[in-house]
Design a protein around this ligand. Structure first.
Ligand SMILES: Nc1ncnc2c1ncn2[C@@H]1O[C@H](COP(=O)(O)OP(=O)(O)O)[C@@H](O)[C@H]1O
Ligand SMILES: [Mg+2]
Length: 438
């Protein structure tokens, strides 16, 4: 297997010593390298393990020089791309047997963007990221890094930096050796390599841990080393696959800020995969929400939250209430909707909303106010029955029912002590009534 590395070059990401070679660097089990062979330049190759993705595959080490195919030719000195590189996906598709993992994705990612792919498990996030890195071959469609169509370029010529969910640090190497390996295979010499490794470690605040081994580090520290290793080779784009999912909740929060800061500081275009909507909302410049391989909506966190296009996006990002109704007409550019609980007025809807028909409205729980006795409200006032109050200290969640026995949840910050049972009036602004397109 080690004698045919080029057959692995696309699917498994040939990790060669050539310029332009991407992460991941293969993990070499301790003891593989003997003293004599350590002196020779080497090339590590991913071997796919049946049933496992290539990034968890068994690594082997092969001699540099075993790879002769033109596809593994080095990039010209200087590289073909800068770090502020936009990414364009055109009708990108991946089918595994009867599963459409990525369904004609059309995405444009601005240079320097921290771009999130957000969606539930199995929606195609990792597959999309792996196609970007060159580890998975698309069934159809094109991938552009800058103006360059890289669809047919093997992974080792795309110069993408990848951070994996499981870090994939070499256990037998020190932190400095882990970070420096990518430079070593690119033949960056001793003093210069040391300088760049130190700078990368300082960037992730790991300078004092250079001589430790991964098993002497906490999860968060390992994560930072993985980041430094991806960034030290100055990749064209940084790809991160659920990089915080192995960390405990507190550390995850801390690392969110650090990763965002690092990406912005380096100016790199980064694609970050997660199923955690809070991670996406708090970190992203732009988010693409995926469901069953399809891009549901692309926008800033705020755009997606306040004007979700459809039920899936409204439900996946935060909590919401769905209320069915029928369009009754327009008033001053606003849409009037009749629902079993009464008349709703909406000022948030798509330009191509039809003039009549049944619609679903999304109203966020925090947008619903419980009116006090005699408290006036101009419009969107409904009568609700209280079912339950869940007291959470800084807020209370009110579980209510409105006309037609529709359940509605309302969040009350700094809650008053209201009785659980009985009737109440609720109100919300027209801008908080979002008419969904499906
Ligand atoms: N190598 C593969 N062979 C067959 N099916 C795959 C393979 N990789 C992923 N899939 C399928 O493609 C879909 C998307 O998977 P994936 O991209 O890993 O999703 P996510 O990262 O969003 O959890 C899933 O249904 C998964 O089972
Ligand atoms: Mg995944």
């Amino acid at each position: 297997m080690a004698g045919s590395p080029c057959s692995q070059k696309r699917l498994a990401g040939c990790v060669s010593g050539f310029r332009g070679c991407p992460q991941p660097m293969a993990m070499r089990p301790p003891g593989v390298q003997d003293a004599a062979s350590a002196a020779r330049p080497r090339m590590a190759i991913w071997l796919k393990t049946p049933g496992k993705p290539a990034d968890t595959a068994s690594p082997v080490v092969a001699r540099r020089g075993a790879c002769h195919a033109p596809a593994c030719a080095p990039l010209p000195r200087g590289g073909m791309l800068t770090r502020m590189t936009p990414i364009t996906l055109r009708k990108l598709r991946k089918v595994f047997g009867s599963t459409v993992a990525v369904d004609d994705a059309d995405i444009t990612i601005e240079a320097g963007d921290l771009f999130f792919l957000l969606g539930p498990s199995g929606c195609g996030k990792t597959t999309l990221l792996r196609m970007l890195a060159g580890f998975t071959e698309p069934t159809a469609g094109r991938i552009f890094l800058g103006e360059h169509d890289v669809t047919d370029l093997p992974a080792n010529r795309r110069n993408t930096g990848m951070v994996f969910q499981g870090y994939a640090l070499w256990p037998h190497m020190t932190v400095a050796q882990n970070v420096g390996f990518g430079l070593q295979v690119r033949r960056v010499g001793g003093a210069e390599r040391e300088k760049q490794v130190n700078a990368a470690l300082r960037m992730v605040q790991m300078g004092q841990y250079a001589d430790r081994r991964p098993n002497e580090l906490s999860g968060g520290q390992q994560q930072r080393v993985a980041l430094a290793r991806a960034l030290v080779v100055k990749p064209t784009v940084l790809l991160l696959d659920e990089p915080l999912s192995n960390l405990d909740a507190k550390l995850r929060l801390e690392m969110r800020g650090q990763i965002k800061h690092l990406c912005k500081q380096s100016g790199i275009t980064a694609v970050y995969v997660t199923h955690d909507q809070k991670e996406a909302l708090s970190m992203a410049d732009t988010v693409a929400v995926l469901d069953h391989g399809k891009v549901m909506q692309v926008g800033t966190p705020r755009e997606l939250y306040v004007q979700p296009r459809n039920r899936f996006v409204a439900d996946f990002l935060g909590e919401t209430n769905f209320i069915q109704g029928r369009i009754k007409g327009r008033d001053n550019g606003r849409v009037l909707i009749d629902c079993p609980a009464g008349r709703l007025v909406s000022s948030t809807f798509a330009d191509d909303l039809p003039s009549d028909g049944d619609v679903t409205c999304s109203i966020r729980p925090e947008a619903i106010r419980l009116l006090g006795e005699g408290e006036p409200a101009p419009e969107n006032v409904l009568t609700a029955r209280r079912r339950e109050v869940i007291y959470l200290g800084e807020m209370a969640q009110h579980l209510l029912r409105i006309g037609g026995d529709v359940p509605v949840k309302a969040f009350e910050l700094n809650p008053r002590l209201l009785p659980e049972a009985g009737e109440t009036r609720i109100a919300f602004e027209p801008r908080d009534v979002v008419i969904l397109s499906d």
